[in-house]
Design a protein around this ligand. Structure first.
Ligand code: SAH
Ligand code: DHB
Ligand code: MG
Length: 223
């Protein structure tokens, strides 16, 4: 990897400063990251402060049913599932059985196996089977970026007024503003076009910097 820019060092230092102040030591989350890394999973989980943001948003809208698209090792899953009340449910969709297996263990160790269901397969095949579990109060879209517009379209079918839809990786080191970006950027730009015309939601985009570099989230609320 290229050596970090001075800016990156500063972003990391500030994340660490706030983590010390606002984040509690958390054995289950630490173990989830350690075992994900040991299993060779890509280290592209949300950062701790971003995980806590997801958790807070789920609490703020009183989420009882949560849908996640893109599980990886279950790090964001754990943050989100911990926001659920007793009887709440989170369904998370993952294409790679190997990722799902690591996630299953991480989620069980966090004491959340009763609330979380992992559905293995291409998300685009799992989504049409979710009508019986809908409406979801919160959807976190964080899988293959080329399909983000399709996942958003499904999310609208599976939510209700007041639901929150969050999309990760909408900035990509600023590449999103360049119409000639790679296929992931094209995927997010296609989603953004759809979002801009969608009357059923209010939405904003937030740029983020920190340990994970420079990226961002779209946060939308179903009207
Ligand atoms: N939300 C996780 C990170 C997800 S990384 C976290 O923050 O902790 C993206 C995940 O999406 C990877 O595990 C990848 O295997 C999965 N994925 C990629 N394409 C997919 C598809 N078509 N359907 C479902 N999952 C997919
Ligand atoms: C990548 C994917 C992500 O979901 C993310 O948060 C960061 C990076 C990637 O595929 O590179
Ligand atoms: Mg992501």
């Amino acid at each position: 990897m290229a050596s970090p820019t001075p800016q990156q060092d500063q972003w990391t230092a500030v994340d660490e400063y706030y983590a010390k102040l606002l984040m509690s030591p958390d054995a289950a989350l630490d173990a989830a990251l350690a075992d994900s890394a040991a299993a060779g999973l890509p280290q592209i989980n949300v950062a701790p402060n971003q995980g806590k943001l997801l958790h807070l948003l789920a609490k703020m809208n009183g989420s009882q049913r949560i849908l996640e698209i893109g599980t990886l090792g279950g790090y964001s899953t754990i943050w989100l599932a911990r926001a659920l009340p007793a009887g709440g449910k989170l369904i998370t969709l993952e294409y790679e059985p190997r990722h799902a297996e690591v996630a299953r263990k991480n989620i069980a160790r966090a004491g959340l196996a009763d609330r979380v269901e992992i559905r293995i397969g291409p998300a685009i095949e799992s989504l049409p089977k979710l009508a019986g579990s809908a409406p979801f109060d919160l959807v976190f879209i964080d899988a293959d970026k080329v399909s983000t517009a399709d996942y958003f379209t499904w999310s609208l079918k599976l939510t209700k007024p007041g639901s929150v839809i969050i999309v990760d990786n909408v900035v990509r080191k600023g590449a999103i503003a360049d119409p000639r970006g790679d296929e992931s950027v094209q995927g997010i730009r296609k989603f953004n076009e759809l979002l801009s015309k969608e009357k059923r939601v209010d939405a904003t985009a937030l740029q983020t910097v920190g340990t994970k570099g420079y990226d961002g989230f779209v946060i939308a609320r179903v009207k």
